[in-house]
Design a protein around this ligand. Structure first.
Ligand code: NAD
Length: 511
C-alpha cells in the first residue's frame, strides 16, 4: 500500500515524567511476577512501532491464583463486615492518589495507546478520578425495598417482606484498549462500592496504566485480594477468567464478536454478564440544523480518538438540502487535521492502536471503494512509521456496503444523503448495532419524536459523545447487554435477596 504525504508529527513533549509500572501483577495484595519462563507480550508504541517494554502473558494458573484470592477476600469476615462508608473511603483514597499521580498516568496512557496527551490529561485520567469519587458516594446509598404482601392464605397474621441488595461476588473485569484506565476504573469502582471483589484483565495492547494502578491500590491499603490484576491474551487469560467457576460476574467491554463468545462461555456457570460492545452510530443532520455547530460536531464525532470510540458517529445521515455544505465542511476538517504522536501538543489525530487494526481499517475502506464509494477526503494509510490512517470521508455509499454495516473503529465516516425524510428512522435503525445516535436540529419537537424511535441506548441532541457517570450507558441489539453508570451500575453488581416474614398478630395481645 502506498504511503500518503499527510504530514505526521513525531516529536515528544518537552518534559516527560513517565513512570513505568514495575510490570508485576497484583495478586492477593502483593505485586507478583509470573515464572521467568512465562511468555511475555511486547508493548509497542503505536506512534513509532518501537517496543516500550513487555508484560506477562498470564496462564490459567495465574488467573486461578487471582480469582481464589478475590474469593478469600470476599468471604472474609473483615470484608463482609466492612462498613459501606469504609469501602467508599478506599475508593476516595485511591482517587486522591490517582490525582497526585495524574500527569504520570496521562503520559503513560498516551505513550501506550497513542491517545492525545491533551485528551488523557483532560478526559481519561479526570474521568477515572471522578468515577472513583462518584461510586465512593454510592457505597453508602445502596438500599432494598420494604414490601407489603397479599398472602393467599388469610390466617390473621401480617406478612411483610424486604429486600437487600447483595453483592454478586467475585467479578471479572475485561477491558479494551481505547480507554484503558477509564474502563478499568469503570469496572472496579462500582464493584467495590457494592461489596464485590475484582479481578481485572486489561487489553494486552494497553495494560500499562492498569498495572500502575495496581501499585496505587497497594498504597491505598485495599484488603489483600479485594482487587487483583492479571495481564495476558484474551484467548487464554481472558478465557480462563470467563470460565472460572468461582467468578460470579463478567463485566466486559470490547468487540461484539468477543462479547458473543464470552456470553456463551459464561452460560455453563450461569455467570451474570454486562457486555458493552461495538456500534455503528448515526450522526443525523437535519436541514434546519445550526451548521456552524453540526459540521465540527459531526467531524469530532468520528475523528476523536482516531475513530476508536464505540459511540463514534460513523454513519453521517444528512438531509438533502444541506448535504453538500455538510460533507464539504466535514471533508475540509478531515483534510486539515494534523496527524502525529499523541505526546506532541500539535497533534490532532493520533495513530491507531496496532498495525493489525490499521490493516483492518484499510481493508474495509478498500472494500467500500471497490463497491463504488468515493473518498471525499483521506482513504489511505499515512506516515512512514507508526500506525496512522488518514481521516476519511466516504460518499456515494449504499446501505448494503460492508463499510456501512461493519464497525470500522478508525477515523472513517460514511456520508449519506437523505432525500426522503420519512425514511430517516428506518435508515438510522438499519444496522445490527444499537449503541448511540446524535440528532442535530433546531426543531425540538422533531428531535424528540426521532429520538423516541431510534433503537439505541443513548440519543444525543445537538451534541455527540457526552458521557456522564450519572447517566446510564449501554447498548441495544448487538451493542450489548446491561448498562453501566448511575444507579444501573449498582444493579449490575448486586442482586436482590428477599426476606419474607410472618408476624403473628396474637403477639399484639396485651399492647
Ligand atoms: P476485543 O473484543 O478484541 O478485546 C477486548 C478485551 O477482551 C481484551 O482485554 C481482550 O484480551 C479480551 N478478550 C479477547 N478474547 C477473549 C476471550 N475469548 N475471552 C475473554 N476475553 C477475551 O476488543 P478491542 O479490540 O480491545 O476493543 C475494541 C472494541 O471495543 C470495539 O468493538 C469497540 O466498539 C468496543 N468498545 C465498546 C465500548 C462500549 O462501552 N460499548 C467501549 C469501548 C470499546
Amino acid at each position: 500500500m502506498k504511503q500518503s504525504s499527510v504530514p505526521v508529527q513525531t516529536a515528544a513533549p518537552a518534559e516527560p515524567v513517565i513512570r513505568m509500572p514495575k510490570g508485576l501483577l497484583l495478586l492477593d495484595g502483593k505485586l507478583s511476577g509470573v515464572s521467568p519462563s512465562a511468555r511475555r507480550i511486547d508493548v509497542l508504541n503505536p506512534a513509532t512501532g518501537e517496543r516500550i517494554t513487555t508484560i506477562p502473558a498470564c496462564s490459567a494458573a495465574d488467573v486461578d491464583h487471582a480469582v481464589m484470592a478475590a474469593q478469600r477476600c470476599f468471604e472474609s469476615t473483615a470484608w463482609q463486615s466492612m462498613r459501606p462508608l469504609d469501602r467508599g473511603r478506599l475508593l476516595e483514597r485511591l482517587a486522591l492518589l490517582l490525582e497526585e499521580n495524574a500527569e504520570q498516568f496521562a503520559q503513560l496512557e498516551s505513550l501506550d495507546s497513542g491517545k492525545l496527551l491533551s485528551v488523557t490529561r483532560m478526559i481519561d485520567i479526570p474521568f477515572a478520578i471522578e468515577a472513583l469519587r462518584y461510586f465512593a458516594g454510592w457505597s453508602s446509598k445502596i438500599a432494598g425495598e420494604y414490601i407489603a404482601l397479599s398472602p393467599l392464605v388469610q390466617d390473621g397474621a401480617m406478612y411483610r417482606a424486604y429486600t437487600e441488595r447483595k453483592p454478586i461476588g467475585v467479578v471479572g473485569g475485561i477491558t479494551p484498549w481505547n480507554f484503558p484506565l477509564g474502563q478499568a476504573i469503570q469496572k472496579l469502582a462500582p464493584a467495590i462500592a457494592c461489596g464485590c471483589t475484582v479481578v481485572l484483565k486489561p487489553s494486552e495492547e494497553t495494560s500499562l496504566t492498569t498495572l500502575l494502578l495496581g501499585e496505587l491500590i497497594i498504597e491505598t491499603g485495599f484488603p489483600a485480594g479485594a482487587v487483583n490484576i492479571v495481564t495476558g491474551y484474551g484467548h487464554d487469560a481472558g478465557a480462563a477468567l470467563v470460565e472460572h467457576p468461582v467468578v460470579r460476574k463478567i463485566s466486559f467491554t470490547g468487540s461484539t464478536a468477543t462479547g458473543q463468545h464470552i456470553w456463551m462461555a459464561a452460560a455453563p456457570t450461569m455467570k451474570r454478564v454486562t457486555l458493552e460492545l461495538g456500534g455503528k452510530s448515526p450522526t443525523i443532520i437535519l436541514a434546519d440544523a445550526d451548521l456552524t455547530r453540526a459540521i465540527p460536531g459531526a467531524a469530532a464525532a468520528i475523528f476523536a480518538n482516531s475513530g476508536q470510540i464505540c459511540t463514534a458517529g460513523s454513519r453521517l445521515l444528512i438531509e438533502s438540502a444541506v448535504y453538500d455544505e455538510v460533507i464539504a465542511g466535514v471533508a475540509e476538517i478531515a483534510r486539515t487535521l494534523k496527524l502525529g504522536s499523541g505526546m506532541d501538543p500539535a497533534t490532532e489525530v493520533g495513530p491507531l492502536i496496532s498495525s493489525r487494526q490499521r490493516e483492518r481499517v484499510a481493508g474495509l475502506v478498500r472494500s467500500g471503494l471497490d463497491q463504488g464509494a468515493v473518498a471525499l477526503a483521506g482513504g489511505d494509510i499515512a506516515g512512514e512509521a507508526g500506525w496512522f490512517y488518514q481521516p476519511t470521508v466516504l460518499g456515494n455509499v449504499t446501505t448494503d456496503m460492508t463499510v456501512m454495516r461493519e464497525e470500522i473503529f478508525g477515523p472513517v465516516v460514511c456520508a449519506m444523503r437523505i432525500d426522503d425524510s420519512s425514511e430517516l428512522v428506518n435508515l438510522a435503525n438499519d444496522t445490527p448495532y444499537g449503541l448511540a445516535a446524535s440528532i442535530w436540529t433546531r426543531d425540538l419537537e422533531r428531535a424528540h419524536l426521532l429520538a423516541d424511535r431510534i433503537d439505541v441506548g443513548t440519543v444525543w441532541l445537538n451534541t455527540h459523545n457526552v458521557l456522564d457517570l450519572a447517566v446510564p450507558f449501554g447498548g441495544r441489539k448487538l451493542s450489548g447487554v446491561g448498562r453501566e453508570f448511575g444507579s444501573e451500575a449498582i444493579h449490575a453488581y448486586t442482586e436482590p435477596k428477599a426476606i419474607c416474614m410472618r408476624l403473628d398478630t396474637g403477639a399484639m395481645a396485651g399492647y
